[in-house]
Ligand binder design. Structure first.
Ligand code: FA5
Length: 338
């Protein structure tokens, strides 16, 4: 037995010292120390030798096992260090090679402006509502006081899907949808895509609007003015002038177009504002009692204001962009500027 153990020890020692790779060491560990390894089998065979020898041989076998384990570990470390050295020698990193430029994207300017506007109105306590882009004629027109064949519909060139279904031409239908499902007080904004059969330097077939409305008892035009003043001063700066010009929308009465003092010439007159000193920014007014009736509200009890703006138009004024089509041509030279 003793001879056997000494032979195994010698053999293991020789083989481990000769091993040239980590894989080889791993195989030798299995060969001698693994579950079915030579030393393990020897340890199991202790059961069959006489009681008086078992203790001594057990001790010798365990010492041999620890010795071989230690030997394998040390040789493994040497091999690992050699391998690392080899890698460092052969795979040098040239830190002078220029890095690869990874262009990073950012939000589209329309989205940036929309997010900014939403956060201004959120800070004033407005909540956000959404409505469908494929809309019933009823919500897009009829419930907003524009019956079928009414000439006011001509103000918005409409894509009809069927006689009763349209691509919404504005975000105002969300007013009616929200009012049908909720009771005042209401303070809501409704951003989203809208569609019109329009195309020139200031008009595109798909653009974004943001509707805002507030309904309660005793809401007046001065509430509208206060809210719009905060909004315009936040986007264009506190010195921006604001002007209400009488206008007409079938769903508000009275109605107004809101102008801001020209962001380029500050009101003194230039080509952007066509020498008027003013730029139109949005439409607004007091919600027409007919709209309240259609939504199921009592117009003698409630009043409210509403406004609607084109987001691309706000972005154009904010950044001095003179052609709205640039927004959707996907020219990176344009988009990268924001
Ligand atoms: C409306 O759409 C009304 N719903 C706004 C409103 C809401 C008034 C609530 C009163 C109360 P208007 O058709 O003027 O209004 O459109 C509003 C804004 O959308 C315009 O000022 C303009 O900035 C923008 N707009 C209109 N047509 C286009 C278009 N084809 N391309 C880009 N922007 C457009």
């Amino acid at each position: 037995m003793l001879n056997d153990i000494l032979t195994i020890k010698k053999l293991a020692q020789e083989e481990i010292e000769k091993a040239e790779g980590l894989k080889e060491i791993q195989e030798l560990k299995v060969k001698y120390l693994g579950k079915k390894g030579i030393l393990t089998v020897k340890l199991k065979s202790l059961a069959s030798i006489p009681q008086e020898d078992r203790r001594e041989f057990g001790r010798i076998l365990n010492e041999t096992k620890v010795h071989i384990e230690e030997l394998a570990r040390k040789h493994e470390e040497i091999l690992k260090a050699l391998e690392l050295n080899r890698i460092l020698q052969t795979q040098r990193i040239d830190v002078t090679v220029p890095g690869c430029y990874m262009p990073t994207g950012h939000l589209h300017p329309t989205t940036q402006v929309l997010d900014e506007i939403i956060s201004i109105f959120s800070s004033l306590g407005f909540s956000v509502a959404e409505g469908p882009e494929i809309e019933l004629d009823y919500y897009n027109f009829e419930a907003l006081n524009m019956p079928k064949d009414h000439p006011a519909r001509d103000m918005q060139d409409t894509f009809y899907i069927t006689d009763d279904v349209v691509l919404r031409t504005h975000t105002s239908p969300v007013q009616v949808r929200v009012m049908e499902k909720n009771t005042p007080p209401l303070r809501v904004i409704a951003p989203g895509k809208v569609y019109r059969c329009d195309a020139d330097v200031t008009h595109i077939p798909m653009f974004h609007q943001l509707e805002g409305f507030m309904v309660d008892r005793h809401i007046t035009m001065s509430d509208l003015k206060g809210v719009l003043e905060v909004f315009i001063h936040s986007v264009f700066g506190p010195d921006t002038g604001l002007r209400f010009r009488p206008s007409f929308f079938p769903f508000t009465e009275p109605s107004a177009e809101i102008d801001i003092s020209c962001v380029i010439c500050k009101g003194s007159g230039c080509s952007v504002c066509k020498n008027t000193g003013w730029l139109e920014i949005l439409g607004a007014g007091m919600i027409n009692p007919r709209v309240f009736e259609m939504a199921g509200y009592n117009p003698d009890e409630y009043t409210g204001f509403a406004f609607g703006m084109g987001i691309e138009r706000v972005a154009m004024l904010k950044y001095g962009i003179d052609d709205i089509r640039l927004f959707y041509e996907n020219d990176k030279r344009f988009l990268e500027q924001f």
